[in-house]
Design a protein around this ligand. Sequence first.
Ligand code: HEM
Length: 512
Amino acid sequence: MALSSDNFTHFSCAICFVALLYACRNRILRGGVPLPPGPRGLPLIGSVFDVNLAEPWLTYEEWGKQYGDIVHAKLLGMDLIILNSERIARELLEQRSTIYSDRPHIPTNKLFGMDFNTGLLPYGSEWRLHRKMFRTSLNKEAAATYKLLEMRKVRQLLRNLASSPEEYSKHFNTLSAAIIMAVTYGYDVIPRNDPFVSKLVRLLSLFLDALTPERAALIGAIPLLSYIPSWFPGGRYKQRAKECRTLARDILDEPVNYVKGCIDTGTATKSMVYDLIRGLSGNDQDHYDAVKAVAATVYLGGAETTHATLLVFLLAMVLYPEVQTKAQEEIDRVVGSDRLPDFNDRPSLPYVEGVLLETFRWHPVAPMGLPHMTTRSDVFAGMYVPKGAIILTNLWAMAHDERRFPEPLTFSPERHLTPSGDLAKGTACNAFGFGRRYCPGKFVADQSVWATIVSILATLRIERANDRCGNHIDVIPEFTSGLSSRPKPFRCSIKVRSAAAEQLIFTSYDGD
Ligand code: HEM
């Protein structure tokens, strides 16, 4: 039935009236306190068409410039509160952590069998048990016990890079998987087609593709989507979810069974799971399930982020050769050329520390962190934050805040140093999140990335690659999108710096 123009006018008026009533009702519920400023959006769908779904942090950064450091937007019925300033993020997520530590209930988590993942659990007793396990097994002191293991794996990376430099991304992937599997399960990965790692890689890629809150909102807004049978055209999403659920079950059980097998045969080495299982009494099934979930979460939280961070470092070294030269001069001066650097050298290498801090800042690999959610309404600086609002920490905008980091797109370790070359205080930007949900892997991650950066700088020279005529190939930095963002593949040349460095790479003692 076609609408006449009169009917259409009546229909439009009715919609506007309902929208107005709804707005008045919400304002009364808020006691007249305004929401933070932000885009108005369309009725029902909100601002969904205004968000750059590939790189939402850029849209949110723009909104920040237009509306201020705290922005409200509606997206498919969800209240989004976007935080573009570290100061405000700390005030809310740290000082008012009892209100701001929940996670949004994203329907895709269960659909994809990923509801065991610590990072996605609601703020409650199960999450607390997970965090207690992380605190015991990966706090600063516990993480330090893995330094030698990390250095040993990094030395294997140097050999791989020196032997097949063009496969640098694969080698970084192997390194992060090797460190994580050794720390978590005491398991030495097989360099090619490792059975556990292959499953984890597939699981992560299926899930990351589906996870962003904007995409999950589509399922949340149209729950019917999750009932489409997998054979139905367009049901590919469901098929992927089914595959993901099977993989998730395998990955919870199989590596922990490996550790139990090693304990039974007396061959187990120190690892997170080994330590956590030893602390359990025989029939504590809930705790045992939590150990499996925490262990599987380590790979999901740590592998892609560490791999992506190393790619960011490599890209920066190609683009900023003068930074690389200064870092290498510092290492040569402090460490010399007859040994490889180790963790004892760290306090004496402030420029290298600046390179590390700048790697985390220049391109945060989790540009929006993970979304938080409020458990009750709140009023902040005269603005209303609704109960159930999704809180997005725009780590990208915080790391590129011109007030703190002039010329933010430039990779400059100097911004983290005092004029006399010492490490400055308070220049680190936050790549690991806020409040009670901050990243529990930050100490292990920081150690892994530092060990890799310093070892590469000590032994290898990274430059632009040459084409067949010997001309430099320009590298235009481009990044992938999604929950995690990393440089897209780029060509570069990686060569051993000297005969002495080659000797160290191939003959050095592995460190334990
Ligand atoms: C360079 C490497 C890494 C970066 C940049 C990174 C960054 C982050 C960020 C931004 C968050 C969100 C925090 C928030 O909600 O405010 C997070 C959460 C998390 N990360 Fe990491 N991470 C890294 C490595 C790791 C590693 C190695 C692990 C393994 C233990 C890990 C495990 C987790 C977990 C379990 C959470 C969820 C915490 C919770 O919800 O309570 N991450 N990470």
